[in-house]
Write a protein that binds this ligand. Sequence first.
Ligand code: FES
Length: 381
Amino acid sequence: MLSELINDPNTGKYAVLITLLFFGAIETFGGHFKGTKRTVHDWLLEFGGFVVLGLCSAFGLFSVIYLGKLLLPDAYYSLAGLSLWLAVPLYMFTDDICQYWYHRSAHEYDFLWKHHRPHHAAEEMGVMVAFRNSFLYFLMLPNVWIAAVFTFLGMIPATVIGLIVKQLVVASSHSTFKWDEYIYKIKFLSPVMWVIERIFVTPAFHYAHHGKSKADNISDPNGNFGNAFTIWDQLFGTATFTRKFPTELGLMDDPKDSWSSHLFYPFIKSNKAGSEISKGYKKESTATLEAMTVELEAGTHLWCQCGFSKNAPFCDGSHHGTKIKPLAFEVKKKRKVKLCNCKHTKTGPFCDNTHLELKGTADLPLPMPTPSKTSKKKEVV
Ligand code: FES
């Protein structure tokens, strides 16, 4: 019976549905939808994304098997005999590392960011948030094609098992049922959780990725990219573990685009002025050849390093789609500071008069600074 189940490619689909229904039921009975901020656009986007992902997966499977049989007939089912001990890790690690880089690229390259942006426009979590991406994002999703290739090669049980584990992790990390929050409260389980969170993506780890701004000292919308495993984030320096949950989720500057423009961009564009997915939108540099003197309250502030913020010299989230991140800095008491706005200072966030050297040599808008600048938090007395 078990052997029949894991040899049936449809088991993966049923497992996805069962997981969604399970977490959906917990969210519903847990009162998640009472006082929800979700709009009709959110629901349509999430259910539309779910259908679109299903269609893209079916298309991927059909095309790979059809073309594979045509071009590489000998490869069909050629790895069916591979041990599950090898095939499962091979499938899961291949699938997850590809998704890590695809997801990270979707934050660092403007073209992909516009297709992943719907995911980050969600102001509250929930199991269906995982399906908020554009149609093109899902069509180019490497995982759709990897699952199809593994199926073509005959590694169906590995694909089914991998998909079940991945779906459990992904559904739980997006769900409002924050299972890890309960365990964090039990002190003696802390070392166990340390190990779990160093392997698997937990709700706290993924919620931080959805946080609105790094200024809360919990969120890192430009980190924690992992899908099922946190190992890639640790390996490539993008992991943040705080065991806390941000209270503000979503985009810093959200024009509230329609579900159809989110899902079908660039075929349908947003009619919201200033939206990144509206017709003719162009990211303009707001860097200036002058410093900005501002009075800051005590607390954490985010200095814009990309030069695109409309709230310069502070970050407003416009760096999404570039490799540049804001610099968080802590002010201990209320004080006046001179912040750099040419973005070429070597003593960020403060002006070091580099703009005086640039005057006459650089035209506005200034070229984008190099992305190698630190985003590590600084302290200011
Ligand atoms: S807007 Fe965030 S770094 Fe420029």
